[in-house]
Design a protein around this ligand. Structure first.
Ligand code: ZN
Length: 322
């Protein structure tokens, strides 16, 4: 009988579980609310339920399952399988998630943080398929990264490696306080919300600049997101185009440094902001070569992620393939 893997992607608001083949094909999927606000026991119950439900939904038996891969927001200890205290899973404190699931379902279970898992899925099944040294980036509400060396996630001494989003790129960035407590992290400079914040500040300073961005958000500056900016840019809005170019420039400066350290074979960029496509990527590619000592950087492919909305699930499953 063909063995499959269950991938479970735990987020702050919902849990997605899927049955995935070794070839990376998602055979069936369920989504349940996390209910983190009710307490850790309830949300653990939701995790178990998602696993039972996905088996039932796809008509699979546990004997067809090789193991369970779980991804959750960090900080977590992938070696021990313990989730420490993620800001968006309130009430979760040092939860031994992998061993709880292992005992409950009597299946080998592995835990990984969401950015690392997504990077692994791209390396095995996605845009970096066939590459061994991969730098993966996800740009959305934050910036997460994964460092893959020789086909394996690099974890460092304490399992805390690969937090590229918290590399400082501006030492005195006023107004760029990061959620991690530092200032001037690339996440605080170039994530989706950071870019929008910067844009709105600029418009406030210069209210006569013509742009359709605010109108496109229904006249409410608080409703502006990078999706709005992307739409405006495609209509030729100069402010929107400038905003995306500036975000690309910052990401390019940062990626130049990442290339100097890692000399990766390929850089894969996913997350909502990557859907801006070439408007963003051309600026990133243009900036990188002048920001690294690596003479081959110009040839390092910088590509859009291939696995879109199910990357969390596939990521969770992919850590079994590592
Ligand atoms: Zn930070």
């Amino acid at each position: 009988m063909k063995k499959h893997i269950i991938g479970v992607d735990i987020g702050g608001t919902k849990i997605a579980a899927g049955v995935v083949t070794r070839g990376g094909e998602l055979r069936c999927k369920v989504v349940v609310p996390t209910m983190a606000e009710v307490g850790v026991d309830t949300s653990l119950g939701q995790v178990y339920m998602s696993i039972r439900d996905v088996l039932k939904a796809g008509g699979f038996g546990m004997d067809q399952i090789e193991g369970i891969g779980v991804c959750a927001p960090g900080p977590l200890d992938q070696d021990k399988g313990v989730v420490h205290n993620p800001p968006n899973l309130p009430g979760w404190k040092d939860v031994p998630l992998a061993s709880l699931i292992r005992k409950k379902f009597r299946k080998s279970t592995k835990l990984e943080n969401d950015a690392n898992a997504a990077g692994m899925a791209e390396a095995i099944w996605g845009a970096a398929r066939g590459f061994k040294h991969v730098f993966y980036v996800t740009v959305s509400t934050g910036i997460g990264t994964a460092v893959i060396i020789d086909g394996r996630i690099y974890h460092g001494k304490n399992g805390m490696a690969g937090e590229g989003g918290h590399v400082t790129i501006s030492h005195d960035a006023k107004g760029a306080a990061c959620n991690c407590g530092n200032i001037g992290c690339i996440e605080a400079m170039a994530s989706g919300p950071s870019t929008v914040k910067h844009l709105l500040k600029k418009l406030k300073k210069n209210p006569r600049r013509k742009t359709c961005i605010i109108d496109m958000a229904g006249g409410d500056p608080d409703k502006v997101t990078m999706v709005t900016v992307g739409k405006a840019a495609r209509k030729g809005d100069k402010v929107a185009l400038e905003t995306i170019a500036e975000e690309g420039r910052l990401l390019g400066i940062w990626l130049g440094s990442m290339i100097s350290i890692l000399d990766p074979e390929i850089i894969v960029i996913g997350g909502g902001v990557s859907l801006l496509g070439n408007l963003l990527f051309k600026e990133i590619r243009r900036t990188i070569p002048s920001r690294t000592i690596n003479i081959y950087a110009r040839k390092t492919p910088v590509v859009q992620a291939k696995l879109k909305k199910d990357v969390g699930l596939l990521g969770a499953a992919s850590i079994f393939m590592e």
